[in-house]
Design a protein. Sequence first.
Length: 291
Amino acid sequence: MPTYPLRSSPPWHFRLAKWLIRNRIRGGFQMIELAERMGWLDFDCRYRLSEQVSVDVPLYRRVNQLALPDLLAYERQLVKLLTDKINAFPQPTTWIDCGADIGILTALVAADCLKLQEIIALEPNPLPLAYLQRNLAQLPFSSRALSSAAADFQGRGTLAYSPRDSSDHSRYLAADENGDLDVVRIDDLGIAPGEPVALKIDVEGGELAVLRGARQTLASASEWVVALEAHRDVFRRTGIDPCECLRFLASLGDIQATVAECGEVELDSARPYFDQVSERITNVVCHCSPR
């Protein structure tokens, strides 16, 4: 992994470019591309999210080029739903992030959560894994960064590229006994039963497999909340409707399902998801109360 200098704030031209992009004014993307070509973004930026939580962001990596306002707005509705649920749990919670990338969502949740028992984050891609390890080390909670992908089996695999998107964020797990990746089940991570669990899954189509591999962990938890991404393009590739995940979770207990970006939608798990939700990418948060 390349080593770049660490800065406490991005340069003025990057902040201006991101302001132009946020306000839909022409020129922002061209400024970013120029800065990349000139090497003006070849560094890491440490953003402070709270008194106790900071996150290092590699600005040279296109998928992580965030100014502070972008970072604070990142998945805002999802973070709010998750932290509200976690803070309402009567006991400290185990937070599990599948497809953690550099740990931005985990850091945002940690900044707003008062009581986390442990943080477990899984990321199979080596470059973001290195930043994930750094970012978890800055959190005020016990944490583990695992160089693994999650599924419903133990074994090996590879990361495949989406035919519609060649970025790292769209790579997905393909089982391969000769692959270079470790594949684990959430049930094999040694999570203690009888405590609350919060599970976030963003694995580009493998969400149902992750849930199947977490069946025992969720079934033995005192209470749980699960967040999973629903992506129209991923559904077209895999044929797995996000409502299949809801039906699986409903088999473990009575759940309340909320679309983070469309809170007014009352999901019917018997109907196709994208007949009910028009947005291309959304996040579904499912909560199972104590049994």
